[in-house]
Ligand binder design. Structure first.
Ligand SMILES: C[S@@+](CC[C@H](N)C(=O)[O-])C[C@H]1O[C@@H](n2cnc3c(N)ncnc32)[C@H](O)[C@@H]1O
Length: 440
């Protein structure tokens, strides 16, 4: 619903605002888009708004180069909104195949609504020039790696360094639309039975070849259309994230710490797979912890939820010991860019150092809470080696009572230590896992 008293705007004007919030103000796409949805005159335009925002961010590094090539001189800082309007216009021409006359007219209308009448001629001329010269421009932008791969230069360089054989495939996978993947609660039903229920609702889906609880939808649907969603029969979770619970080798009654749990996808999976766990679900972000509670309530399962900093157990752990610990660490998200294309704009290379330090702090701090003979699973949704195998290798070097338990699996790539799923391989998100056991 539009916020009361707020003037409703056209979907293109809102898309440009969302893009400005992300590109110039550093807001997340999730947050900016949620605010944008409130402004829509018609809720029916919600999917179109989403498509324009996700798409223009997915291809931002290319569209940015093209707009800059077409402008005779850069726009002033205060006119970055016009830049975003142009990016949205080009996205429609290049990727949505909206007829050019409609794009030009609608884009000019947005400029007028922004009360920037001076830009009317500029927008008109620029979009028409793009139409006339798209092929010649393509030859030019293909020389520019940022435009060609639609990623920032530092990410391309880091991926090329970390994955010299795979980086072009990774970059390409990051630019694809991700599938909607479900996790079926195998305590309540089977994948085949659930597929049957989906078929009865005309929802086309196939089972994953690699993850026994995963169902991949042909097209995304609203979760409320999914049979049994409201009672936890099924959850939305990528196949690679569904691997965590199995790697933990949970057994009835075990004491488990989920050290970075929010929004609770893996917490719920663990509890559904093994309902008698004594699970402490910790996260430093109280708002996100609320989402964990909602997730658990939906499936009517229970855990102890705590707001706390995993790198400071002295504040919350007391004398507890756990037989299993999951550290699903805060990370760059470089494995899930296809789901969060704003990561390309919001992350910088210097963030990685900070994240690596935070991950190391968390790992070192929770290790003493692991009971002898217990196992810790470290995971990230990153593909950068520094956050993954280099992180775990450094940990092993400094902890004589830690030993890697190698993951032998038919998914992912063997690392030393751990195992990496590369984005798009078997249709999965990029994810890293390592299993560490504490020597008795
Ligand atoms: C990758 S997400 C976890 C996803 C979650 N395990 C799931 O499957 O839904 C990382 C989480 O770590 C939390 N976090 C970041 N720093 C933390 C810290 N020092 N202590 C505890 N949680 C932290 C973030 O708030 C975020 O919710």
């Amino acid at each position: 619903m539009p916020a009361p008293g707020k003037k409703k705007q056209t979907v293109r004007a809102i898309a440009a605002q969302v893009l400005l919030q992300v590109s110039a103000r550093g807001h997340s796409l999730t947050r900016a888009l949620a605010a944008g949805q409130q402004q829509l005159a018609s809720p029916a335009d919600s999917a179109l708004l989403q498509e324009m925002c996700y798409g223009s961010l997915r291809w931002y590094y290319r569209l940015d180069v093209i707009v800059s090539m077409l402008l005779n001189k850069p726009l002033k800082q205060r006119d970055q909104d016009i830049f975003c309007v142009l990016v949205i216009g080009l996205y429609q021409l290049e990727f949505m195949h909206v007829p050019a006359h409609a794009v030009v007219k609608e884009t000019v209308d947005v400029v007028l609504a922004l009360r920037k009448h001076w830009a009317k001629g500029l927008v008109n001329a620029l979009l028409r020039e793009y139409q006339r010269n798209a092929e010649a421009l393509r030859e030019q932008w293909q020389q520019d790696d940022e435009a060609r791969y639609a990623h920032p230069a530092w990410m391309i360089a880091r991926l090329a360094q970390d994955w010299p054989q795979h980086y072009q495939t990774i970059l390409d996978a990051n630019n694809q639309r991700p599938p909607m993947v479900l996790r079926v609660d195998l305590q309540q039903t089977t994948v085949a039975e659930y597929q049957q229920q989906l078929a009865e609702q005309d929802i086309k889906a196939r089972a994953s070849e690699f993850v026994d609880s995963a169902v991949i939808l042909e097209q995304a649907v609203n979760v409320h259309e999914l049979p049994g969603f409201s009672r936890g029969l099924v959850s939305v979770q990528d196949s690679s994230a569904q691997l965590a619970a199995g790697l933990l080798q949970l057994q009835a009654g075990m004491r488990v710490l989920d050290a970075c749990c929010a929004p609770g996808g893996k917490t719920l999976h663990m509890l559904q797979a093994c309902p008698s766990l004594q699970l402490l679900a910790l996260d430093s972000d109280g708002d996100r912890l609320q989402q964990v509670q909602e997730n658990l309530d939906r499936a009517a399962v229970d855990a102890e939820l705590l707001v706390g900093d995993a790198s400071k157990p002295v504040d919350w752990a007391g004398d507890r010991l756990f037989e299993r610990i999951l550290v699903d660490a805060p990370c760059s998200g470089s494995g899930v860019i296809r789901r969060h294309p704003d990561i390309k704009l919001l992350r910088s290379s210097t963030d990685i150092e900070t994240l690596v330090a935070r991950q190391a702090d968390i790992l070192a701090a929770v290790w003493p809470l692991l009971a002898p003979g217990g196992m810790l699973v470290y995971s990230t949704c990153s593909v950068f080696r520094q956050e993954n195998e280099q992180q775990v290798a450094a940990f092993l070097q400094h902890h004589a009572d830690a030993r890697e338990r190698p993951i032998n699996a038919d998914w992912g790539v063997r690392c030393d230590p751990g195992r990496q799923v590369l984005p798009g391989s078997h249709g999965m998100d990029g994810f890293y896992y390592a299993c560490l056991e504490k020597i008795n």
